[in-house]
Design a protein around this ligand. Sequence first.
Ligand SMILES: *Cc1c(COP(=O)(O)O)cnc(C)c1O
Length: 396
Amino acid sequence: MSDDQASLARSQTYAVHGGEARRKPADAITDPIFCCSSFTFGSTQEVIDFVEERSVREEYARYGNPTERTAEAKLAALEGGEDAVLFASGMAAVTGFLLAKLRAGDEVVLFDECYHHIREFCVTHLERLGIGCRLVRMGDYAALEAALTPRTRLLISETPTNPYLSVLDLERWVALARKHGVETLLDATLATPFNIQPLAWGVDYVMHSATKYLAGHNDLLAGVVIGSRDKLKDVRTFRGVLGAVNSPHNAYLLVRGLKTFPLRMAQHNRNGQAVAEFLAGHPKVARVRYPGLPSDPGYTLAQATLRGGGGVVAVEVKGDWAAAARLVDAVTIPRIGPSLGGAESLIEQPRVLSFWKTPPEKRAALRIPDNMVRLALGIEDSADLIADLAQALERV
Ligand SMILES: *Cc1c(COP(=O)(O)O)cnc(C)c1O
């Protein structure tokens, strides 16, 4: 996972300039926030030119807004994709995508380690609509192949997974999908386009919760699906029906955040690596999951597919859930809370925050250890984060 300076420079240039017009309204250097629900026409002829697709312009903000288009173009540039469709949140992106693409009788196959609301949407809500969902244990490619049927339309995965940080064998997963003529949707929220370029590996659609590293400041929700223009046409049209669009204010903040995205992501990678190495050597720690650690089961795959391990580290403290809670309560820099990818570090115990009411058998099936703490490192100095964790571990 060496820092590839050439592509770092390239993506930083893309991050600043990508997707933006050189001349903007009023010759402003930034793109304005178009607070606008409706776009007007000068004459009936202009309406006819628009409906006959001779002119490209906006009509109504559920179908598109110039601020949103700038965010979409920038996201597409960073990902190396033709088109990006922006949604109100990551969940709106994935649910909107699935509802646009699937019909009753179809099936999807997803790995069990994934964002819990994506799993819930597939298992509960797609099933309710007559769309089959098969869950396969993360990393079991034989079981994945065995789960495919003539009705399978889509494979869904994450890399690295949240919160376990397991790494997908991207080459194998894409090859399996190709062999069986099904499409692939990769949730690359934790890796981001800085650490992985899934479209170059042959993935059909990349999805991000842009709420996280892409926006990067813990101040908005956004989601995006990126891929070829042709394949995303029905997704864009369906979004106009569904109405799960983002606001021009959020789109502006997202564009602003994206300008520093590669700089921030390099720091998240540095913090993740440094903190994971520190924790792995600590006597009060039972286990650390981080794809950049040579001891991690995902290390070899991470070396092949990821430029960095990202800012999320899963640590299992020696002891029970209360010992892990003592770590959470003793740190002074990370705040206790969900989410990841912002400037500020966050810490949480999945057992408490996401699975407090989940019965023990179900927690065991989901492989959520009681003593696991998830650190979502921000862009503070590594040395400060390590010193803080060191003093907190003394009190575990
Ligand atoms: C947060 C997250 C989502 C959901 O995104 P929202 O913007 O919160 O709706 C999906 N996948 C992963 C991996 C996430 O971390």
